[in-house]
Design a protein around this ligand. Structure first.
Ligand code: MOS
Length: 723
């Protein structure tokens, strides 16, 4: 992609903070120089279920440099989880050491504070614990009787599912499974916490600052205003940094106890056991269609697991409520409490896994109907979200499919699997639709203008975060656009909870919300300056001249943007289509993703370069779901067997060497004033099914259990040398 020096939105400018990152000058949570700082480390349980009968900390406490060992015996009383876990959010509180119960393997049972990181680590090993151990519940199958419905929103139905199935000429009933996966951002979870005179100031890599300060204030029973979080840069989140986890609570408790700033860094091992994950999902699909391809029925039933004392559920079935025109529709979610840590949001929670099941099932049904899978999707397209009974604000799914098919060369696809061959390779083409809600939320920002000779510099402040997605850059472009100044003259200050409130980074709402908030602050600044001089709103005048006329060298304004009534009357989603070509070796089951074409309908693209990065990132994570990612649980003890990056495999560049990313021109003014829809999670939603469907087209083998490994393909019977 060509980089041009330009300002304003829509241009592919380089990241404005990029140089700081590649030169190591950008400071991450654990890197701030704080005087008098000490180090904390968590001790993890080595059983999955039971009660602590004794903890002997004496040996650890005697060690040089050790300042404190915190356990359930000396921990302060915190606000605990409510009894009724179906009615509360994982984000509310983060208590630790409140009793002797162990609910999962790796649960924190003690925290050591020492002068150095090494002393703390060593002392952790000297903490002696005995347990009254119980047999943990770690098998879904053995605990199916305990399945429950996680709240009223878990079920949905429209029409009559059974009647819809009877009406169908062709039906499909299949189950799709996806394993536990971990987010594992490059930057470990970390914090430096200073409790000073009842007030807390911390550097901590949280995606949503306003939510994190609430959570900490609730947990410790202190006013929210007394909690400050600073995080100018975050080295990836993917949902793992949405919630306040217990390491934050441990460090806060420790700082309060010993009166010094405390640094804590969660280890890579602990990133598997203590900072969330995607849960195992078992999705049963039931579909029926008429001979002409029109869907008559669609059901999506998900069974998954949650923790014993906490609830999270991945709404896999939501995609089946809205993506296709289905007169009869049923969606359910059931959870089984297990002695495994509570799952959490992982990039496109629900849609990433739900779309794998739905878009595989759609491909299967198209095959049964002997219909092209693109034609089948177009046949069932809808401009109305039937699940919410609202029109979509914009939806170019059909165009994504058609334009993508053309670019990809879909006409060269052979309908009959196993018929496109080159030597040992079986070649297959796959397609899948992408969809993800593109929310927009109330966002505030403050802009400070400074006149310097004839140039205006602007400083924008908001409690937004940049989790590696490009927030700095798109906010700078927005300010440059709405003030009419070069992007170089814009300074973006984010990542401080004391700045004006935003919804933070998560759920694909960051870009639309942040930029509209920044826009509003700039528009207010100009309007206020014009008003002082009785200049009409429509008159075009440079911001520098406005300041001069007002005889001002500096001026500040605030603005808050929020969803319109029109927004609320519509369903706002980003859409897309992914096309994949795979080559499968018929003897070994090894396969290669040869190329991909990905087309998006995602509103106005603020910066094609960062948007491209977002989609590539989503596609890579989605390809990871298919080719490698799987967290294995030890079947007797309930610990994770895969808990380093050496055995939890993720894709590398060579796995996705050839990807074409296209965005259709779109400007969705219902979504928000700037026409922007989110893309952070869009990429991941289509790719797993697209690859699996391509593997079917190559081999004739339908793979319904992720990841699709060579041994599974061999087991499915590639018949070495025969196919
Ligand atoms: Mo996202 S899974 O809301 O960071």
């Amino acid at each position: 992609m060509k980089t041009i020096k330009a300002s304003g939105i829509g241009n592919p400018i380089d990241r404005i903070e990029g140089h700081l990152k590649v030169t190591g000058k950008a400071k991450y949570a654990s890197e701030f120089p704080v005087e008098n700082m000490v180090y904390a480390q968590g001790v993890n349980s080595t059983i999955a279920k039971g009660k602590i009968t004794s903890i002997d900390t004496s040996e650890a406490e005697k060690l040089d440099g050790v300042l404190a060992v915190i356990t359930y015996k000396n921990a302060e009383k915190l606000k605990n989880y409510p009894k009724d876990m179906t009615n509360f959010s994982l984000t509310t509180v983060a208590p630790v050491f409140q009793d002797r119960q162990v609910h999962y393997y790796g649960q924190y049972i003690a925290c050591v504070v020492a002068e150095t990181f090494e002393q703390a680590q060593y002392a952790c090993r000297l903490v002696k614990v005995t347990y009254e151990e119980e047999t943990p519940d770690i098998h879904l199958d053995k605990n199916r009787g305990k399945a429950y419905k996680p709240g009223d929103s878990a079920d949905f139905s429209r029409g009559d599912m059974d009647a819809g199935m009877r009406e169908a000429d062709v039906t499909l009933e299949q189950t799709y499974t996806t394993p536990i996966e971990h987010q594992q951002p490059m930057e470990l979870h970390a914090a430096i916490v200073n409790w000073n005179d009842g007030k807390v100031k911390m550097y901590a890599n949280q995606q949503i600052l306003n939510q994190a300060t609430t959570s900490i204030s609730e947990t410790f029973g202190i006013p929210k205003e007394d909690v400050q979080i600073i995080t100018p840069y975050i080295g990836g989140g993917f949902g793992s940094k949405l919630n306040v986890y217990k390491h934050i609570t441990m460090a806060t408790m420790a700082s309060k106890m010993i009166g010094r700033p405390v640094q804590i860094t969660v280890t890579r091992h602990q990133m598997f056991t203590n900072t969330g994950m995607r849960q195992f999902d078992e999705q049963e699909m039931r579909l029926g269609a008429k001979k002409d391809g029109s869907l008559t029925a669609l059901a999506h039933h998900t069974t998954s697991h949650t923790a014993k004392n906490l609830q999270y559920f991945e709404a896999c079935g939501n995609v089946s409520k809205m993506l296709y025109k289905t007169p009869n529709n049923a969606v359910t979610h059931r959870l089984i409490p297990l002695n495994i840590q509570c799952p959490s949001s992982m990039r496109a929670p629900g849609e990433a896994t739900g779309s794998f099941a739905l878009e595989s099932a759609i491909d299967e049904l198209a095959w049964k109907l002997k219909m092209d899978p693109i034609d089948f999707r177009i046949k069932n397209d809808t401009q109305v979200d039937m699940g919410a009974d609202k029109p979509f604000s914009s939806r170019l799914l059909v165009e994504c499919l058609r334009i993508g098919a053309n670019k990809f060369g879909w006409e060269n696809r052979k309908m009959q699997p196993g018929t496109n061959k080159k030597g040992n390779w079986l070649i297959g083409y796959g397609v899948s639709a992408a969809s993800r809600r593109a929310p927009y939320m109330k966002t505030s920002a403050k802009v400070v203008l400074e006149l310097n000779e004839a140039a205006v510099n602007a400083n924008i402040k908001m409690d937004a975060t940049d989790i590696g997605t490009g927030t700095y850059t798109i906010v700078a472009q927005t300010v440059s656009e709405y003030l009419g100044i070069p992007v170089e003259n814009v300074k973006v200050e984010i990542g401080d909870s004391e700045f004006p409130v935003t919804p933070g980074s998560g759920g694909s709402w960051g870009a639309a919300s942040y930029c509209n908030g920044a826009r509003k602050a700039c528009e207010n600044a100009i309007a206020e300056l014009k008003k002082k001089q009785n200049i009409t709103e429509s008159e075009e005048i440079e911001v520098a001249e406005l300041l001069q006329q007002n005889n001002l060298t500096t001026f500040e304004a605030e603005g808050t943007a929020e969803p319109s009534e029109e927004y609320k009357k519509h369903s706002v989603f980003s859409f897309g289509a992914n096309f994949t070509e795979v080559w499968v070796d018929k003897d070994t089951g090894m396969y290669r993703i040869k190329r991909m074409v990905n087309v998006g309908s995602a509103g106005k693209i603020l910066n094609p370069k960062t948007a491209y990065g977002q989609i590539i990132g989503g596609l890579t994570m989605g390809a990871g779901m298919v080719i490698a990612e799987r967290t294995r649980v030890e079947p007797n003890y309930g610990n994770f067997i895969t808990r380093t990056l050496a055995d939890y495999h993720v894709p590398v560049n060579l796995d996705l060497a050839n990807i074409d990313v296209v965005f259709l021109p779109e400007d969705d003014k219902i979504a928000n004033e700037m026409g922007v829809k989110g893309i952070g999670e869009l990429g991941i939603t289509s790719v797993a099914a697209s690859i699996a469907n391509a593997i079917f087209n190559a081999t004739g083998k339908r793979m319904r259990d992720l990841p699709i490994t060579p041994e599974k393909l061999i087991e499915a019977g590639l018949e070495p040398g025969v196919a």
